[in-house]
Ligand binder design. Structure first.
Ligand code: NCD
Ligand code: ZN
Length: 346
């Protein structure tokens, strides 16, 4: 048995939902993450400073006693977003960032942005105030193949935006391609990226080979193996531009397992165990703390967590987490399709 103690991690991209689902999933993140960037794609979305305050209060209320967890709130950028409201919310410390969803790109993104020009006043204000823009980096045109949507986004949206507003700080969320990993690594320090545990572990065969497996369907969709390898290299490289964003995105099994199933992987319960396994396989356990606990706060200009967490490497494979129960049905936990020898010391 080996033990690995690291600074308490954070999750820089998390879907907590609301109501009963929020109550069911929150402890699975709060048990290991000190803070999390909370995605605003509720129905209706979290658009104003008041929406964010109210959502933060609901999260705090749903947190059981004994957990030390801080939600970092994010506003959902729409073409009607008010720069003055966003600026005020940031100045009051209510929000940490603003999320750009291209309209129609993913779950609950109908209110997203169709025309970047329409949100330029907001983006200019954000660049001036140092508010990070988090991007779902996929174009949505029917004419672009779903496996190419991230790479096309870089060329047609992200590069022009960075040229127009070089001082805007941007996080390319949940990157899935070699193109994104290379692009972010080569960019200046205003661009960083989050990487999910599942994109470090599965490629598109997990979704499509040997029968269709809806639990592996998420957006951006997993790509071919060469891309997974590029993401593993980026995450384990020690490069400060890459940090953990789980994109843990719970949907009940009835909503996943249907003719048109929802996109999203729920990985909060086994994020750290899966990550430790990947980093161990790469002989990069010494880089895990940077990826999970250091690089994110550095980009966001926050201090690192003061507490620590210990991971235990067992001699035998550890049982997979059971599905979690909610009033609307079960939520299946990400199955990494490999043996996991790690647990969190409780
Ligand atoms: C997310 C969700 O379910 O809210 N789904 C997903 O596949 N990742 C939305 C998102 O982050 O794209
Ligand atoms: Zn997400």
């Amino acid at each position: 048995m080996t033990r690995l103690t690291i600074t308490r991690p954070d999750d820089w991209h998390l879907h907590l939902r609301d109501g009963e689902m929020l109550k069911a999933v929150l402890p699975h993140s709060a048990s290991w993450a000190g803070r999390a960037i909370i995605m605003p794609n509720l129905v209706p979305p979290v658009v104003t400073g008041n929406d964010a305050s109210a959502y933060r209060a609901r999260i705090e209320q749903a947190l059981p006693d004994g957990y030390d967890f801080t939600p970092l709130m994010v506003l959902y950028l729409t073409q009607q977003s008010d720069p003055a409201d966003i600026r005020a919310a940031h100045e009051k410390g209510v929000i940490q960032a603003v999320k750009l969803y291209p309209a129609g790109a993913t779950t609950n993104s109908a209110s997203g942005v169709k025309d970047i020009d329409a949100v330029m006043p907001v983006l200019e204000m954000m660049a001036e105030c140092g508010i990070p823009l988090l991007v779902h980096g996929e174009v949505t045109h029917d004419s672009v193949d779903i496996f190419d949507r991230e790479a096309v986004f870089i060329d047609t949206v992200l590069t022009p935006l960075r040229e127009r507003l070089p001082s805007l700080r941007i996080v390319m969320e949940h990157i899935t391609t070699e193109q994104a990993a290379t692009y972010v690594a080569a960019a200046d320090s205003n661009l960083a990226a989050t990487i999910t545990p599942h994109h470090l572990i599965i490629n598109r065969n997990a979704i499509l080979a040997g029968g269709i497996k809806p639990h592996y369907y998420c957006l951006p969709v997993a790509k071919r193996e060469t891309h997974r390898l590029a993401l593993v290299k980026a995450a384990t490289s020690g490069n400060e531009k890459f940090f953990l964003g789980t994109d843990s995105a719970p949907h009940t099994d009835p909503l996943k397992l249907q003719a048109c199933g929802c996109a999203g992987v729920f990985n909060a319960p086994n994020t750290l165990a899966c990550l430790a396994q990947v980093f161990e396989q790469e002989n990069a356990l010494d880089k895990l703390e940077g990826f999970a606990s250091m690089n994110g706060p550095r980009f966001y200009g926050l201090g690192v967590n003061e507490t620590h967490i210990t991971l235990i490497r067992h001699d035998t494979p550890q049982p997979a987490p059971a599905p979690i129960e909610t009033v609307d049905g079960q939520v299946t936990v990400f199955d990494p399709l490999m043996e996991i020898y790690w647990t969190i010391d409780s």
